[in-house]
Design a protein around this ligand. Structure first.
Ligand SMILES: Cc1ncc(COP(=O)(O)O)c(C=O)c1O
Length: 401
């Protein structure tokens, strides 16, 4: 396992860029600031009308009947499992190549995470691996739309349904994506989105759960705020009542209206921000086409990619360096990058609880050895993309076999 950051290396000469280009930077404009100021001045800064409105806007964007804006995608995933009644004795199938939030929330409801490998190329949950991972205990399948590209939701949904298992889709990366003409958000029993600072639509910290199921929506709303009945947030308003009842032990996953205001402004600009992401991704694709040492992201037929990440794979067989060195060299050229993801079974905690070993998930492990995520955010310029590619070419030129 390579990957621990080391000292900066430099290939000499001036860095490709004089200033650092981060992996991601939120696009915050005049409208975000205006709506935040209005909220601060409104006297209502916790969960309120703007959070409710953001939930509705996200549901509309995602083609779902109900939307609940909460404090994170992690919270949304946890609420989904809790509302579905997933608990001790149950299993939930999720990819070995994902962010830890998926596995953490499965453990938090007392269920057992069952890891399954991803498909080569798209790095989305592999339906064939899901089939092998299913058991009579499977209560839910939690696919991840890696980087913003939808999984094969028809295949995964059919496998889950045949077992009577629910699909809780982790679409933290995938607001705005579509699968066979249908928006991500209309494909699973519950879909979770993230509004973390780097995400395609951000509130700084935040997320949402969307669903078509009235009872699930009601239950997630209840559990998101201590288990108090749905309109409890109104209890200090002129239309509210001091009286509430708790019918289940809930969580504290509500979003603040100050952050929801940022999200409402982002929702207005979402299509434009997505267009810019697509343009930058297309420019990377074109400029990297003649760099055989770098494999570009795989496109799945039938999918509209949300382009949260531009994650490439290094052809290590053609290079005299490993991924960690490659990242150090890009950093020395003032290019920020990241790695999505460290396979779940490489983390000490999950090695302990799940017992996964090196070799258990060969596609995830191979992807990790090669993975480099390049900068991608709406406000970057075509020149920024060219700088990244120039830096990649410089590093590749130095380490080419
Ligand atoms: C695949 C995936 N799922 C879930 C999350 C958690 O999102 P949040 O930070 O909104 O809880 C992330 C965060 O980056 C993610 O990448």
């Amino acid at each position: 396992m390579s990957g621990a950051p080391g000292t900066l290396a430099s290939l000499g000469g001036a860095p490709v860029r004089a200033t650092f280009l981060p992996l991601a930077r939120p696009s915050i404009g005049a409208r975000e600031k205006q709506l935040v100021m209005e909220t601060l001045e409104s006297g209502w800064i916790t969960t309120g009308p703007r959070t409710e409105e953001l939930g509705r806007r996200i549901a509309a964007l995602a083609g779902a009947r109900h939307g609940l804006a909460v404090n994170s995608a992690t919270g949304a995933l946890h609420l989904a499992l809790a509302a579905l009644g997933v608990g001790p004795g149950d299993e939930v199938v999720t990819p070995a190549y994902t962010f830890v939030a998926c596995v953490n929330v499965i453990e938090h409801v007392g269920a057992r995470p069952v890891l399954a490998d991803v498909e080569p190329g798209t790095l989305c949950l592999d339906p064939r691996a899901v089939e092998r991972a299913l058991s009579p205990r499977t209560k839910a399948v939690m696919p991840v739309d890696y980087g913003g590209q939808p999984c094969d939701h028809d295949a995964i949904g059919a496998l889950a349904r045949a077992r009577g298992a629910a699909v809780v889709e982790d679409a933290a990366h995938a607001l705005g994506a579509r699968w066979r003409g249908r928006p991500v958000g209309s494909l699973a029993d519950v879909t979770a989105f993230s509004f973390y600072a780097t995400k395609n639509l951000t509130t700084g910290e935040g997320g949402a759960a969307v669903t078509d199921d009235d009872a699930l929506a009601e239950r997630m709303g209840l559990l998101s705020l201590h288990g108090m009945n749905r309109d409890a947030w109104k209890r200090y308003s002129d239309t509210g009542s001091w009286y509430y009842e708790v019918t289940a032990p809930g969580f504290k996953y509500n979003l603040s209206d100050v952050l929801a205001a940022i999200g409402l402004a982002q929702a207005e600009r979402f299509e434009e921000m997505q267009r810019l992401r697509r343009e930058h991704a297309a420019r990377y694709d074109a400029l990297l086409a003649d760099v055989p040492e770098v494999r570009r992201p795989a496109a799945r037929e039938g999918a509209v990619h949300a382009w949260h990440l531009y994650a490439v794979a290094l052809e290590l067989e053609r290079l005299r360096c490993d991924r960690a060195r490659f990242i150090q060299e890009l950093r020395a050229e003032n290019i920020g990058t990241s790695v999505h993801f460290i396979p779940i079974h490489y983390h000490p905690h999950f090695r302990g609880t799940l017992g996964g070993r090196e070799g258990d998930f060969p596609v995830a492990e191979d992807a990790y050895r090669r993975a480099v995520t390049l900068p991608l955010f709406p406000d970057m310029t075509p020149r920024d993309v060219e700088d990244v590619v120039a830096a990649v070419r410089k590093v590749v030129g130095h380490y080419r076999r």
